[in-house]
Design a protein around this ligand. Structure first.
Ligand code: MG
Ligand code: MG
Length: 281
């Protein structure tokens, strides 16, 4: 789940941007110990395995509600809780965002069909620690431009992860993500962003998917961040539907969203939301 809806989630993007522009340390970045990072990896593995299961299940004719129910059962069977369910009143375990929906889509009775792009965002709380990750999958066959958008969105996440190092600046992450999107002329969503993650789903700092390399606070050992590029085939502008949750593109063109929770330490960066076997969901 993405951070940054000022009235519903944690602090407003605007305030956060001002802090970043001013180069100030954000307040309250909880640095995690090795033992805490291990707990987060355990929660993250449930998320990774859930997403892997859903990737296998998602096919033409399957409803979004069926995916949500399967995810909740899977997470609970592993001893976890679906973090999103009830979060600021969110009514489901997954955010399922189809085609021109960007993030925070509510699972309903719609059936997947050929040509669809589906973003699946999943959170699991296990032993008080949160894992948060998202995949975007395709119901084949899809248009070439849609496939290219999804591939580029995964590359932008990888670029963000590669830029996340102790001593680098927070702006380096956003700059790396944005550079990949800019190569293709895609719109980078600015109103929602990644975030710190730990015992809470959304912690400081906010992690925009755009920025200036060399700007912002220095990344410190023990920071755990959820990086989540939201990249639009068309323009960057988005708005929220009347359900109060679903964010859609203004121009109606498709949007992709992928996410990993990561831990940054002196030993390097670890992806916390891999599957149990160490592969990506
Ligand atoms: Mg998420
Ligand atoms: Mg998130």
């Amino acid at each position: 789940m993405a951070s940054g809806r000022p009235q519903r989630l944690i602090c407003a993007c605007g305030r956060s941007e001002q802090r970043l522009i001013a180069g100030m340390e954000p307040v309250l970045v909880h640095r995690k110990s090795e033992a805490q990072i291990k707990k987060m990896r355990e929660a993250g593995a449930v998320v990774g395995d859930t997403l892997r299961m859903l990737r296998g299940m998602a096919a033409e004719g399957v409803t979004l509600r069926e995916l949500d129910k399967a995810a909740e059962a899977f997470i609970r069977a592993r001893g976890g809780k679906p973090t999103f369910k009830g979060y600021h009143g969110f009514p489901a375990s997954l955010c399922l965002s189809l085609n021109h929906e960007v993030v925070h889509g509510i699972p309903n009775s719609r059936k997947l069909k050929q040509g669809d792009l589906l973003s699946i965002d999943c959170g699991c709380t296990l032993d008080e620690w949160v894992g948060d990750a998202a995949i975007t999958l395709l119901i084949e066959p899809v248009a070439a431009e849609v496939r290219q958008l999804v591939e580029a969105t995964y590359r932008s996440l990888d670029a963000g992860i590669a830029a996340a190092k102790v001593g680098a600046r927070l702006g380096d992450i956003g700059a790396a993500v944005e550079a990949v999107a800019n190569l293709h002329g895609y719109g980078v969503v600015r109103e929602y962003c990644g975030h710190g993650v730990g015992k809470a789903l959304h912690e400081d700092p906010q992690v925009p998917n755009y920025g200036t390399a060399g700007s912002g606070p220095r990344i410190q050992s023990g920071w755990c961040l959820a990086l989540e590029p939201m990249i639009n085939l068309g323009g960057e502008a988005v708005h929220t539907l009347g359900d109060g949750w679903t964010v859609v593109t203004n121009d109606g063109k498709v949007s992709a969203h992928v996410e990993h929770s990561i831990a940054i330490t002196d030993a390097g960066v670890q992806i916390l939301t891999l599957c149990s076997d160490g592969s990506r969901p």
